[in-house]
Design a protein around this ligand. Structure first.
Ligand SMILES: N[C@@H](CCC(=O)N[C@@H](CS)C(=O)NCC(=O)O)C(=O)O
Length: 222
């Protein structure tokens, strides 16, 4: 039996969606973020030393971490490779986006979250303008321009492709949905990036995605 260690409002939602699309038997171990820090509870470290979600445990095998690897594992070992394109070019595209999501796109979204948090965090009044100034400068000179480049790139890609690896749903889509949902909730809009917004809407309209939401509980990005 597959156990998904699932954290509310997190990347593990993408794994739930894949499990539902594959129709695999699984169970959920649910973890709640700390309301103040938004961090995962320490109990998740008992499952994997990094204490991050998602983690998947398949029977007696060692715990699997990293969403990209979990997606590959579930698709290959439990899903007859259903979401890996047959065509070679589409296959490399699927693998590219699988790496890209966490390797290139997520760091800028995470930096946006961190610098926005710095700006709104409580601190002595005389430090606030300095902290705010530094955060604004790093955002304007480094984070925002890079984020814009990436999101415009994705916007153009989705203008030419139905799914990330072409015309079929693939492993890439399960990986890419989380950063796009996060971007829509804090960095872009349906007006600025209509292709991304339409893509996310299309994913969220799928029956398996809706079932995943029912299984995982509240998910603020949907
Ligand atoms: N690259 C990892 C990132 C895992 C990760 O950072 N997960 C977040 C959830 S979105 C987490 O567990 N955050 C809680 C914490 O840092 O305590 C993956 O794709 O699985």
């Amino acid at each position: 039996m597959i156990t998904l260690h699932h954290l509310n409002n997190s990347r593990s939602q993408r794994i739930l969606w894949l499990l539902e699309e594959l129709g695999i038997n699984y169970q959920i171990a649910l973890y709640e973020r700390d309301k103040q820090t938004l961090l995962a509870p320490p109990s998740l470290k008992a499952i994997h030393p990094l204490g991050k979600a998602p983690v998947v445990v398949d029977g007696e095998q060692p715990a699997l971490a990293e969403s990209g690897l979990i997606i590959e594992y579930l698709n290959e070992v439990k899903g007859d490779n259903r979401f890996m394109p047959q065509d070679a070019e589409a296959r490399w595209q699927a693998k590219y986006w699988l790496h890209y999501a966490e390797g290139s796109l997520m760091p800028y979204l995470l930096l946006t979250l961190v610098f926005n948090k710095i700006k709104t965090s409580p601190m002595p009044f005389f430090v606030k303008p300095i902290a705010k100034g530094i955060a604004n400068k790093v955002m304007a000179s480094f984070v925002q321009p890079n984020l814009d480049t990436h999101l415009d790139y994705i916007e153009r890609h989705l203008g030419k492709n139905s799914w990330f690896a072409g015309e079929e749903l693939s492993i890439a889509d399960f990986q890419m949905i989380f950063p796009l949902e996060a971007a829509l909730s804090r960095a872009i809009s349906a007006e600025s990036h209509p292709n991304i917004a339409a893509y996310v809407k299309k994913v969220q309209a799928r029956d398996a995605y809706k079932r995943a939401l029912e299984q995982g509980g509240p998910y603020d990005y949907a």
